[in-house]
Structures are given as C-alpha cells and as structure tokens.
Design a protein around this ligand. Structure first.
Ligand code: NDP
Ligand code: MG
Length: 388
C-alpha cells in the first residue's frame, strides 16, 4: 500500500526557541510531518546539526557571511544550501511545501510570509510582528490566495481553539498575560531593572527579543493587534487580563455570556503541534495539568501607567495606518539597545513614543510604504535613543 504523503513543513527560524520545539514535534510525528526547509541567521553550527539530522531539501543561512561553512558542512548530503534574505522568499515557494512556520523574529519575517502566501502555502504563524506591521495586507492576501493562517502564539491558539465548532459572534476576547518578571514592580524599581532580570521570565523559556517584550508588556500590546487581525474583532472587544500562573491561555466570551477558554501547562509544543495537525489533534507525552498541585489561579487588571508600552500599542491600533509598523520598528531598536545596555528599561517607551510622533504617518500603506516606514522609524528611533 502506498504511504500517505507527509505534510511538508518549511521552518523559517529553525534554530530559535519556536523552531527547535517545532522540530521536536516533527521528530515525534515523523510518520506525519517532514521538515522540508530549515533556515537560520547566525547560529550556523545548530543549523548544520539540524540539517544533518532532518535532511531537508533545502537550508537557508540568511546571513550570507556563513554560506561557505554551511555549504561545506553539508556537502555530502542531498541538501540545497542558499544564503541571504531573498533566498528565504524563494525557498518557501518550493512546490512540495504544504505549510510554512514563520518562527523568525521581527519585521524580517514579513517578506517571506507574503511570498509563502502568494505561493498558496498554509501559514503557521509564530512571527507576530508580521501581523502587527501589516495585518490588513496579510489578511487581504490570505483571502485572495485562499490561504489559512494557523496561530502558534499560545494566546491566539487558545482563542482559535475556543472558537473551534463555533459560528456565533464573539462578544469579547479575554487575552491573558503573565505580567512578566516585573509585574509587581513600582515605577521606581522599573527604572533600575537590568537585562539579566528581564531575561528571567517566570513561566516561558523564549528567545531574547520576545522575553524583553514580555517584560515591557509590548508583547501583550502586539498580541492585541495580532488578535484584531486574526479574529476580526474591534480593539474594544479585546480585554487584557493579567494571569500570573499562565494556565488559562486565553478565552472567548459569547453573546449569551458563556466563556470558553483553553487551559494547559505552559508548553509551546502544544500550539505548534496543533497548527501542524489541524483540523486533528495528535497524541503527546507533554506534561499534563495536575489539578491538585495547581497554584490558585488569579486574575488582575494590567497597569498601563507602569507598562507604557501596552498603552502605546493600543494607541497605535487606534491611529491605524502605518502606526503599528512604526511602533514595531522603534521597539526593535530599543529592545536591542536595552539588551546591550545602551538604554534603560523605562526609556524604551519614551523612544517609541517620540518615534511615533516623528515618523511620517500613512493612512493606507502599501507593502512598499511599510518597508519605507520601517527604515524611517528605525532611523528616528536610533536618533531618539542618543538623546534620552
Ligand atoms: P529566537 O530568537 O529564539 O529565534 C529566532 C529564529 O529566527 C532563529 O532561528 C534565528 O536565527 C532566526 N532569525 C532571527 N532574525 C533573523 C533574520 N533577520 N533573518 C533570518 N532569520 C532570522 O525567537 P523565538 O523562537 O523566541 O521567536 C520567534 C517568533 O515567534 C517571534 O516573532 C516571537 O514573537 C514569536 N513567538 C515566540 C514564542 C516563544 O515561546 N519563543 C511564543 C509566541 C510567539 P539564528 O538562530 O541563527 O539567530
Ligand atoms: Mg503569546
């Protein structure tokens, strides 16, 4: 009997936190999934090791300075090796690919995601910055090319799961937030926090950029924007609720008052696996919720005064146009600056706010406008950073 075709998955950012967990899922279900493409930026040795283990049809090293090392190391295997950011856009179009997992960081994920949609590949979306920057454009393309987006972000997967089997309107989305490592800090304490402290997230082990975004709560602001575009709900209907235990991954309230939530041990492999296997669920040996050992579940309101980035993200959503793109670009600059010790914690929001005021506003941006806005906002944020 002929074996059923395995789902062919391209992973953009396979060496990162999401990428490596996605490979765990693929390895655990090697009868169903195959890693068709693997890509990285700088972690060359990890990429080589992954390629030797999974033998994809192609790998891309986005930083082309590493091309020779990767190419030499995979010389004896039937793997095409490419380099440079444009190669990311080309490999995702490969005829055999069924699904593209976007697990790169930042604005750099936008172009390959668009290329994948135009090649009619299903998208497993981890790279939330894509939806923050250009949610409307991405949605329009998905409609035009009839491409589904399966959310990987744990909150959005929880909302997606709460909506499975429903076709009634959403009254409200309850987007839960851990509150990050500084949830209880005063403004005075926040002024002094270090990158090392910010990198110690209480519940999730993630890449550095999103971990800092979680500490400032910009991550939650981005998730509000992501939810608006993924589920077509107005921002007023998305309520952020701080829930420090990260057991309730998010919820949907319907017009009769019923609330459906998805719960579980914090483990990104659950939403990654569901995005790969949808519309089915697969078995797993992941840790189960222990109802007797579980801490008491608590819920509190977010504080936009102490976590200004959350307020700025909402503000950008109200202004619309290219404003979320501006916020994202400025945030990428300050996030890195904070990590490298060039900016204090509370200065991040200051620089973002100044960049919002100074970058050219465009009401109905095209793709080219987003690229130009990203570059302009990065320049302005870098200048503002020198002044704070
Ligand atoms: P990591 O930093 O751990 O990994 C990022 C991956 O993308 C790496 O493979 C990296 O390559 C690659 N990469 C980074 N920048 C570029 C670039 N400019 N061009 C090409 N490749 C690049 O990030 P995470 O896995 O934590 O996050 C990935 C995305 O998923 C982000 O958008 C994040 O917001 C989202 N997400 C992550 C969650 C998590 O639990 N980690 C949860 C929800 C969403 P290299 O290793 O070589 O640097
Ligand atoms: Mg999340």
């Amino acid at each position: 009997m002929q074996e059923p075709k395995k789902r062919q998955i391209a992973i953009l950012g396979s060496t990162g936190s999401i990428g490596t967990q996605a490979l765990d899922v693929i390895a655990a279900h090697s009868d169903l999934f195959e890693a068709r493409v693997l890509t990285a930026n700088n972690r060359v040795e990890e990429l080589i090791e992954q390629a030797r283990r999974f033998v994809p049809a192609a790998v891309v090293i986005a930083n082309d300075a590493h091309y020779e090392r990767v190419s030499d190391a995979l010389d004896d295997l039937p793997i095409q090796v490419y380099a440079g950011p444009e190669a990311l856009c080309e490999v995702v179009q490969g005829g055999e690919i069924d699904m593209v997992l976007t697990a790169m960081v930042g604005f750099a994920g936008l172009a390959p995601t668009i290329a994948a949609i135009k090649a009619r590949k299903a998208i497993a979306l981890a790279n939330k910055e894509t939806m923050v920057v250009a949610g409307e454009l991405v949605n329009n393309l998905c409609n035009e090319y009839r491409v589904p987006i399966l959310p990987v972000d744990s909150e959005h997967s929880a909302i997606f799961q709460s909506l499975m089997g429903e076709n009634s309107p959403i009254e409200k989305i309850i987007l839960t937030a851990s509150g990050g490592p500084f949830r209880t800090f005063t403004l005075g304490q926040l002024a002094e926090v270090t990158p090392e402290q910010a990198l110690r997230h209480p519940n999730w082990d993630m890449g550095a950029k999103i971990t800092i975004d979680s500490a400032t709560m910009m991550n939650k602001g981005f998730e509000v924007i992501e939810a608006k575009w993924l589920f077509g709900v107005a921002p007023e209907k998305i309520q952020v609720v701080v829930h420090p235990q990260s057991v309730v991954h998010s919820a949907v309230q319907f017009e009769d008052g019923a609330v459906k939530a998805q719960l579980g041990v914090p483990d990104m492999r659950v939403p990654i696996q569901l995005a790969f296997s949808f519309p089915h669920r697969l078995g797993s040996d992941f840790e189960r919720l222990d109802w007797w050992q579980m801490p008491a579940l608590t819920f509190e309101a977010p504080d936009p005064e102490r976590f200004r980035c959350l307020a700025l993200a909402y503000e950008s959503l109200h202004q619309g146009g290219n404003m979320p793109c501006i916020v994202n670009a400025a945030n990428e600059i300050v996030n890195r600056a904070f990590l490298e010790g060039r900016c204090r914690f509370l200065q991040m929001a200051e620089v973002i706010e100044q960049t919002m005021q100074q970058t050219s506003f465009i009401k109905e941006p095209t793709y080219e406008d987003y690229v130009a806005t990203d570059a302009e906002a990065r320049r302005i944020a870098a200048e503002a950073l020198k002044r704070v």
